[in-house]
Design a binder for this molecule. Structure first.
Ligand SMILES: Cc1cc2nc3c(=O)[nH]c(=O)nc-3n(C[C@H](O)[C@H](O)[C@H](O)COP(=O)(O)OP(=O)(O)OC[C@H]3O[C@@H](n4cnc5c(N)ncnc54)[C@H](O)[C@@H]3O)c2cc1C
Length: 570
């Protein structure tokens, strides 16, 4: 029995508890120890025992309506005893109050997902979802297949960067702390000496000592050597991946250049809950991986771990310079390089990104209802966020570094902020720390007098600006004063161009901007993907108008690729 991770079910209704225990034991019993508890209190005792016995808990399912301790309260308390377990709330079909509890619980990091009861037949309503939850847990805690092995110091930042890169690329790997016996055995078997730098052992047994991201990516076979394409997409976030899917599926030779890993900002999101068609949410890594594979199947190729550092026009050709000195020649370019939200640089805040800390207010109202929140920032976006959140929240503390709101905020917003009784403005103040027993509950704020005060805040919205990744386009393509790329009607400098730019086209004909990097772009995964779909159509239009007919473009393609890449034409 020892060694099998635990699935814990807690429900006060005896018949439903017994049925789920039986169903899960039947399906998962060989690999998991399925345990049942009939109340929150009993569940906590069971978890304490598991913790004391060193058992891994993979999944906790708790019924919402239990006397004494409701399911969501139990799941919150279970965090301290089994922090890695997936926490699932069991709710009744038709329970109208459930969505509020689920959304709030997910926003606060108290639970990961939900199941409905009754769930018969289990093949339809229970097993597929439990399988998914267990797969997510296993991916993190029980990676069995090791295509790559990393030997390194577990505290070394570079070791951790390499691990993150492998995770973001969905490469199954094993990590061996350099002090461990396993690491010594691995190195000895290959005649390698221990080193302070990380060593990566590949599936063919060859080893890379302290590889750069580019060396690692090339060794894993991730990068194409192509120099010529119809469309070069810069950036493999949701916008770039969507552009690649649609451009490649519509028959254009598509090359995606990404300086780091697929997924962009979305790839760093632990759960995207507001993307159409995923009511239970989807991790950013999973969404990105699916899109990456989809574009690849349609014929798109990738160059990873290279940054695009320059762009120039030569007749109808658009030439991109990569950080390794290579040049790519494209007929059209899609810039999908996104933006980076400025962080506070307070470790406790930065660590809670996506759980208690957000960089925009795309969060649903239900998440914030009746909570005490903090908004950090003194610009219009912070002011708008405070006003919007104050409609639902119990109290919003607006923390502003400047000594006056008028310095960064429009007049009308200053009036609104001042007018709302549940917005508390702290001027000349900055966040210096955050804490809470399990997740953020309080902020330490240093005021103008230098004194540090604690304020309650269950969610923190950091709105201190974003920087689009466009420095490499300075002086080449028109940007606004914050660096966002102007497109369509917003372009003012189309001097040599006889026609107006298409709606996603920048000041350089044939160069398009989509997603977060575009002026006016909405920072959402869905809008980035929508931009990607639409830009493919505009590239066709551009190529037809500016660089010959579409037929000519397709004729140039090798036959095999054309077959694979053109389902839209049949
Ligand atoms: C923590 C977090 C959680 C979020 N959660 C949600 C959510 O739940 N729902 C939602 O709708 N939105 C969410 N967002 C917002 C959403 O992720 C972004 O709006 C979306 O990712 C924008 O997509 P993009 O492709 O335009 O840019 P990005 O995702 O930023 O991707 C840009 C890519 O370009 C690459 N790149 C940059 N410069 C270069 C260069 N010179 N050469 C090559 N490559 C380059 C970057 O490495 C990156 O991979 C979240 C954002 C964050 C930060």
């Amino acid at each position: 029995m020892a060694g099998r991770p635990v699935i814990l079910i807690v429900d006060d209704e005896h018949a439903s508890l017994a049925a789920m225990h039986e169903a899960l034991t039947r399906r998962f019993g060989a690999d998991y120890r399925v345990v049942a508890g009939s109340s929150g209190a009993e569940g906590l005792v069971l978890l304490e025992g598991m913790k004391a016995g060193g058992e891994d808990v993979a999944l906790i399912v708790a019924d919402q309506w239990m006397p004494g301790m409701e399911g969501n309260a139990f799941l919150t308390r279970s965090l301290a005893l089994a922090p890695g377990a997936k926490r699932i709330l069991l709710v009744a079909w038709g329970d109208r109050t459930a969505s509020h509890t689920i959304l709030r619980g997910c926003a606060l990091g108290d639970l990961d997902n939900y199941l409905y009861k009754p769930w018969t037949p289990p093949e339809v309503h229970l097993y597929p979802l439990v399988n998914e939850f267990l797969a997510e847990w296993t991916r993190i805690y029980r990676p069995a297949m090791e295509l790559v092995r990393v030997v390194g110091n577990r505290h070394s930042p570079r070791s951790n960067e390499i691990r993150e890169l492998l995770i973001r690329h969905f490469v199954p790997y094993g990590f061996y702390d350099s002090e461990s016996e396993g690491a010594a055995r691995l190195l000895q078997a290959r005649g390698l000496e221990p080193r302070p730098e990380p060593i990566v052992i590949l599936v063919d047994g060859s080893a890379l000592v302290d590889p750069s991201n580019a060396e690692l990516s090339d060794a894993l076979g991730g990068s194409a050597a192509d120099h010529v394409c119809d469309v070069a997409v810069v950036g493999a976030g949701p916008a770039g991946l969507a552009a690649a899917v649609y451009a490649a599926s519509e028959g254009l030779r598509t090359l995606v250049v990404e300086r780091y890993a697929v997924g962009g900002q979305a790839g760093a999101s632990s759960l995207i809950r507001n993307y159409l068609g995923f009511p239970r949410g989807i991790t950013g890594t999973e969404l990105a991986q699916r899109a990456y594979e989809q574009a690849w199947l349609f014929g798109a190729k990738y160059v990873f771990a290279r940054e695009v550092v320059g762009l120039r026009a030569h007749g109808t050709e658009r030439i991109l310079t990569l950080s390794d000195g290579r040049e790519l020649v494209a007929r059209a370019v899609v810039v999908a390089t996104g933006a980076r939200y400025r962080q506070l640089g307070v470790p406790a805040i930065d660590r809670s990104e996506g759980r208690s800390v957000f960089y925009s207010t795309f969060i649903e109202q239900e998440f914030v209802r009746d909570l005490e929140l903090a908004v950090v920032g003194g610009g219009n976006s912070a002011g708008q966020a405070a006003v919007y959140l104050a409609r639902f929240a119990k109290r919003v503390t607006l923390i502003v570094r400047a000594n006056t709101l008028a310095k960064g905020m429009s007049n009308y917003l200053v009036r609104q902020v001042r007018h709302l009784p549940n917005i508390d403005v702290r001027l000349g103040s900055e966040v210096v720390d955050a804490d809470g027993p399990v997740r953020i509950e309080r902020l330490s704020v240093r005021g103008p007098d230098g004194k540090v005060e604690t304020i309650p805040a269950r969610l923190v919205f950091v709105l201190i600006g974003a920087s689009p990744h466009t420095d490499w386009l300075a002086g080449t393509v028109e940007r606004d004063d914050r660096g966002y790329l102007l497109t369509g009607r917003n372009v003012t400098t189309t001097s040599a161009n006889v026609r107006s730019p298409l709606s996603f086209e920048t000041s350089m004909p044939g160069v398009f901007a989509i997603g977060d990097v575009r002026y006016g772009g909405l920072p959402r995964v869905a809008s980035a993907v929508g931009d990607g779909a639409m830009v493919a159509r505009q590239i066709h239009e551009y190529l037809e108008q500016e660089a010959g007919t579409l037929d000519e473009v397709l004729v140039e393609m090798p036959e095999a690729e054309e077959d694979l890449a053109c389902p839209a034409r049949f």
